[in-house]
Ligand binder design. Structure first.
Ligand SMILES: Nc1ncnc2c1ncn2[C@@H]1O[C@H](COP(=O)(O)OP(=O)(O)OP(=O)(O)O)[C@@H](O)[C@H]1O
Length: 531
């Protein structure tokens, strides 16, 4: 298929049993009119839809699951999350966990798709700390506290998330979008951006839509629409702590816990490991165990060795085939690799990695109409000129202090214990001094109870971001920069160049010239395609 650089699901996801072909303006399940794309994952596409029946409001998020994954046996997890549903009911909403409001089915030429109705949420964490945007430190402590609390609650209720990543954590809206007209929503998000697929699917009828859509940047919502509360989504891979599966986790490689890679063990400690990865990513725009050369369990394990020191001896000698651990009997004639063969070290230990964290300075703003992204993040322009980049950093991105670094490293070391039985629990994380320090700073933006008035004061933005037409550079979609070098030694600088590759939800999209811009309705879309 070749490389696919557009920020959308890969076209190969479409086919019998695969993703549901959906275009802007389509009517799904005889009821939902598709307005914009909100996101995509390995199993589904998620859309901002207008609900003709308005059972849960005018706009909802519709997650349309691939046909094979929609079969009864594969959404068993809904029973698993019953304790979370009960918790939400007892503790009032909106709460920590976002569970489906309703489910319907839709039949496409690729099969029968489960469509889950959810409330519309704000930006996912994955889009808040990237090469182009840095989350203000005032949010870091509050978010860390909420995440540890969510995990602690889940584990206390006997549920493991199993896919705890920055893509599955989102900011709740302060209030629904329902007072906005479709035109106002279009003004906020701009016209949908698409990539046509005729090259991939010359046959008719094609199993794919005519084009795929780049997800909107939910950070373009005015800040008044965003709360400071995080919530956890996507419980598709959740399981009961009493019945943990023995298998390689579905979680993306860079969040895999070592015991999962080497012994297929799943459970609360693996969620905690993933939380450690997320805490680091709240502060640094790159995954800690993301290898420069690519994403796989072996690449992750080798990064663990680099950052944390060698794994136990038996794991260093564990066989991998094609970068995946081999848990079946070994076969003759196959050349397996082991981590023992991996000797490369570039000196990036946990201490040096944490020492590289820079805090963005918050420009003070009082404007409530600034875009959510401006309120949450410092935009970082792309500098090709090193002097300019250094000047920008010196002015806006300050290295974290020694005390902060020492406390944060201490917490991460306790989380990244290779022995999952000795690993700190979510509850113990809540009591760790780093969390206490950072979540109680006076400038803090978001204890669960804080309101917009308690937030740090903000200076009026330089641009006309008060309008519903976001025009500042921070609002414009960014072009993903990809390093063409795959042979260079993975120095920190080179890895930074590659930062944008890992985050692909909501904000970034390819600079591919063929990506087109469309209006909201299908009619408009068709008109553009004919041009
Ligand atoms: N209710 C929502 N409101 C806004 N955006 C959403 C909502 N639900 C999901 N999204 C966006 O869609 C993306 C994909 O959703 P989700 O993680 O549920 O799909 P998935 O196919 O199950 O993903 P995965 O590969 O992680 O299992 C999310 O990362 C998020 O950016």
């Amino acid at each position: 298929m070749g490389c696919w650089e557009v920020d959308s699901e890969h076209p190969y996801k479409y086919g019998p049993g695969g993703f549901c072909p959906i275009e802007i303006g389509d009517r799904v399940a005889d009821r939902f009119i598709v307005g914009h794309k909100l996101g995509y994952g390995g199993f589904a596409t998620v859309w901002l839809v207008f609900d003709e029946k308005r059972r849960h409001g005018r706009y909802v998020a519709l997650k349309v699951v691939s046909a094979d994954w929609s079969e009864d046996a594969k959404f068993e997890s809904t029973k698993v999350v019953d304790p979370l549903r009960g918790y939400e009911r007892d503790n009032g909403s909106p709460g920590l966990f976002v569970l489906e409001l309703e489910r319907v089915f839709h039949t496409s030429r690729n099969g029968r798709h489960l469509c889950q109705v959810f409330p519309v949420l704000g930006p996912a964490l994955v889009s808040l700390n990237t090469a182009d945007f840095r989350l203000y430190p005032s949010f870091v402590g509050a978010f860390a506290q909420q995440l540890a609390h969510a995990l602690d609650t889940m584990h206390a209720l006997g549920v493991c998330h199993g896919d705890f990543t920055p893509s599955n954590i989102a900011i709740r809206l302060a209030h629904p979008l329902d007072s906005l007209t479709e035109e106002q929503i279009d003004e906020i998000f701009g016209p949908p951006q698409i990539q046509t697929l005729e090259f991939f699917f010359p046959e008719t009828p094609s199993p794919a839509p005519e084009y795929v859509v780049v997800p909107v940047d939910l950070g373009r919502l005015p800040s008044s629409y965003l709360s400071t509360r995080l919530c956890i989504i996507d419980f598709d891979h959740a399981f009961s702590t009493r019945n943990a599966p023995t298998q390689l986790s579905h979680i993306p490689s860079q969040y895999l816990a070592p015991e999962n890679i080497f012994t297929q063990t799943n459970g609360p400690p693996a969620d905690v490991w993933a939380l450690g990865c997320i805490l680091y990513e709240l502060r640094y725009p790159m995954a800690l165990f993301q290898d420069f050369m690519g994403s796989s369990p072996m690449a992750t394990a080798s990064r663990m060795c680099e950052v944390l020191g060698n794994l136990p001896r038996e794991w260093m000698a564990f066989p991998f085939d094609d970068d995946y651990p081999v848990h079946e009997p070994l076969q003759q004639g196959i050349e397996y690799t082991t981590l023992g063969d991996f000797t490369e070290r570039n000196g990036f230990t946990l201490d040096t990695e944490v020492g590289l964290i820079r805090k963005p300075e918050r420009p003070v703003s009082t404007s409530k109409t600034a875009s959510g992204r401006e309120w949450l993040c410092l935009p970082v322009p792309t500098f090709w000129d090193t002097a300019k980049r250094d000047e920008f950093r010196a002015r806006n991105l300050k290295l974290i202090g020694k005390d902060d670094a020492a406390l944060f490293t201490d917490l991460l070391r306790k989380i990244f214990d290779y022995n999952h039985q000795k690993r700190i629990t979510a509850r113990q994380i809540l009591a760790h001094p780093w969390l206490k320090e950072t979540s109680q700073k006076p400038s803090n933006a978001g204890s669960a109870a804080s309101s917009v008035q308690n937030l740090p004061v903000r200076r009026k933005p330089r641009s006309n971001s008060a309008s519903l037409h976001p025009t500042s550079p921070a609002h414009r979609p960014n072009t993903t920069h990809r390093s063409s070098s795959t042979t260079a030694i993975p120095t920190r600088e080179v890895r930074k160049e590659r930062e944008p590759e890992k985050k692909s939800s909501g904000v970034k999209h390819s600079g591919n010239e063929k990506t087109q811009i469309l209006g909201m309705t299908k009619k408009k879309a068709e008109g553009q395609l004919k041009k």
